[in-house]
Design a protein around this ligand. Structure first.
Ligand code: SF4
Length: 341
């Protein structure tokens, strides 16, 4: 059972000031914990704030409000020396392996750069041995060390990105859409590699993706984000078997099922309309402008973040007894069973 907290995010907000008193509310009061050794999947449409959440956790953006605790210390209150030390423990894998690797550096230089910055080795041979070992761990070999990124396929470049992220022997890896830019045939290979490395090195992953099918396989627990808010969070299996939030149900119903009989039978939930602007988000529930279940109260009252079943959290008035017009079928501590697949 994974229950030691590796990372705690509390009421995190990241607003980007646009001028004229306007803020783009990319992340708005998001809280969750990531347990040691687990993969926590963070999903949502493009623009929902999931990548900004990852980058703010890493300290690449300053938080507007809220806290991010790593081993009891708030990342955003650390001094430069502490942040430098944290950098060894928390690393990031980026979405685009084409853009994230310096085209003018050899693979050896790319992977050894963080080790040089952190002065991990006193001599070249030790450093080179480490580079070779990392290349082998990610399924490449020492012959690749002197080549340049353009000589590799997309999947191989992402393996180089993973080797670089592992160079400092971190505890936590924030993987920001690590397979989205890859061919479907290569995605599974990279996911399998990440799972293998997780087991070997007891890594904790925050795995950010834009569709649930990508995180289904790899995640222990999943948080679903919409317009800067976390709307549902639970164990991966529970989310797939018993999704509560209308947005989660819609995301799940969009995943194709390889069995044509099941695919024909199941209910498809289509979300109408565009995602609203995070500069001027809807009042009450931010999903209300696209929600097929929206009620009057949804425009007036912000839904509470509440635990409906063990470890299953949701923010939706359908599960709040205090909201008068909650449909009766949706009330109760066990939540609603919906068969969408
Ligand atoms: Fe839909 Fe209302 Fe629930 Fe928001 S609170 S998801 S609008 S039912």
């Amino acid at each position: 059972m994974k229950n030691e907290v590796a990372l705690q995010v509390k009421n995190l907000k990241k607003y980007f000031r646009l001028g004229k008193g306007q803020d783009l509310k990319a992340v708005d009061d998001v809280s969750f914990e990531v347990y040691k050794g687990e993969t926590f999947g963070l999903v949502g449409e493009s623009g929902c704030g999931k990548s900004t959440t990852g980058r703010t956790i890493m300290g690449l953006y300053n938080a507007t409000e809220g806290e991010v605790f790593y081993k009891g210390d708030d990342v955003h209150k650390m001094n430069n020396k502490e942040k430098f030390a944290l950098n060894r423990q928390m690393q990031m894998i980026f979405q685009d392996p084409y853009a994230s690797l310096n085209p003018r550096s050899t693979v050896k230089e790319i992977i050894s750069e963080p080790m040089e910055i952190h002065k991990m080795f006193s001599n070249e041979k030790e450093k080179l041995d480490r580079v070779y070992a990392l290349l082998e761990e990610v399924g490449l070999n020492r012959d690749h060390a002197n080549r340049y990124p353009h000589e590799f396929s997309g999947g191989q470049r992402q393996r180089i990105g993973i080797a670089r992220a592992l160079a400092l022997d971190p505890d936590i890896i924030i993987a920001d859409e690590p397979i989205s830019a890859l061919d479907v045939s290569v995605q599974a290979q990279v996911v399998n590699l990440m799972e293998k490395l997780q087991q070997e090195k007891e890594l904790t992953y925050l795995f950010i993706a834009h569709d649930l099918s990508m995180v289904q396989h790899i995640s222990d627990r999943i948080g679903v984000m919409y317009l800067g808010h976390m709307v549902e969070l639970t164990e991966s299996e529970e989310l797939y078997n018993n999704p509560l939030h209308p947005y989660t149900r819609a995301l799940l119903s969009a995943i194709p099922i390889p069995d044509p009989d099941v695919e024909d039978e199941r209910e498809q939930i289509v979300i109408e309309g565009e995602i609203p602007s995070p500069i001027n988000p809807p009042s009450g529930c931010v999903f209300r402008t696209r929600c097929p279940m929206a009620m009057e109260a949804c425009a007036e009252v912000t839904p509470k973040w509440q635990e409906i079943g063990k470890g299953h959290y949701v923010a939706c008035h359908l599960y709040n007894d205090e909201i008068d017009d909650s449909p009766s079928s949706a009330q109760g501590s066990g939540g609603v069973k919906v068969n969408i697949r």
